[in-house]
Design a protein around this ligand. Structure first.
Ligand SMILES: Cc1cc2nc3c(=O)[nH]c(=O)nc-3n(C[C@H](O)[C@H](O)[C@H](O)COP(=O)(O)OP(=O)(O)OC[C@H]3O[C@@H](n4cnc5c(N)ncnc54)[C@H](O)[C@@H]3O)c2cc1C
Length: 235
């Protein structure tokens, strides 16, 4: 995999602990929706982040952070901030992973994100809309607290753009003001579908979530070969 220098165009907060980072590769690079890149902190230390932008967008968007201050993401962000301040490019390996959107399938889709795993499903949701894919798509985004739903309006707009698209935000620790779904995000999916046998399922989120979801969904009828999640390779 080639390492590419990228200009850091912007780093801006989405929440107190999650930042949006915009990069422009110096060399044009092809990547698919649902793939990730690795930010090279050094030759040995490379950190994976899902690409939030749609397939082959010239500018790459990342969402870096977690529900609480997270050392793993925090160190990558500090590295990016230092380079940004010095007007230096960052090195990245782009177009990694095997959980990219399968465009040749005609099955309905479930997109499941926990926390900043949202970046991954945001890319896929945008690409489906851009390609005017007319398959039912159910996008579920689970967060601990409501204020972590930083792209709620964008996802609502996406759902409003096509009657086949549905967006379901799920808050684990709701306040009394929250009127939507509550609990763990994968539980909402289990409640909504009698069987997952017919679906292509795309999953991103904390490693602990990926393991729980894989087992629960297979028990609920999902076909293992129709479940896509790069975190499966890490657990
Ligand atoms: C390929 C790859 C790509 C990555 N991309 C990114 C990225 O783009 N940005 C980034 O910052 N980090 C990324 N990471 C690192 C890591 O996945 C994230 O740090 C992590 O997803 C952050 O989770 P969170 O704190 O936002 O979620 P949390 O706030 O911990 O969880 C959010 C929701 O997920 C569900 N959930 C969490 N734990 C469980 C559980 N044990 N059982 C059931 N449900 C659960 C719940 O619904 C919960 O409300 C990536 C890692 C890999 C391997």
């Amino acid at each position: 995999m080639t390492i590419i220098a990228c200009t850091i165009d912007a780093i801006e907060p989405l929440t107190p602990t999650v930042n949006r980072v915009l990069l422009t590769p110096h060399t044009p690079i092809n990547y698919q929706s649902g793939q990730y890149l690795q930010i090279c902190l050094s030759d040995e230390d490379k950190r994976p982040f899902s690409i939030a932008s749609h397939a082959n967008s010239k500018q790459i968007e990342l969402h870096i952070g977690a529900s609480v201050a997270d050392k793993y993401a925090g160190q990558a962000l500090t590295h990016l901030q230092q380079l940004y301040a010095a007007k230096q490019p960052v090195l990245a390996e782009i177009g990694l992973g095997n959980a990219q959107l399968r465009v040749d399938s005609d099955r309905p889709l479930i997109l499941l994100a926990g926390g900043t795993g949202f970046s991954y499903i945001y890319s896929i949701a945008q690409t489906l809309a851009k390609q005017q894919v007319n398959r039912p798509v159910f996008a579920y985004w689970g967060v601990r607290d409501q204020d972590a739903l930083y792209h709620h309006p964008q996802m609502q707009q996406w759902a409003n753009s096509n009657p086949l698209y549905t967006f379901v935000p799920v808050v684990q620790n709701p306040t009394t003001q929250w009127q939507g779904r509550t609990g763990l995000v994968h539980q909402a999916v289990l409640e909504d579908f009698a069987s997952l046998a017919d679906f292509d399922i795309y999953i991103a989120g904390p490693f602990a979530m990926a393991g729980v979801v894989r087992d629960a969904f297979v028990q609920h009828g999902a076909e293992r070969e129709n479940m896509f999640c790069d975190a499966f390779a890490y657990i």
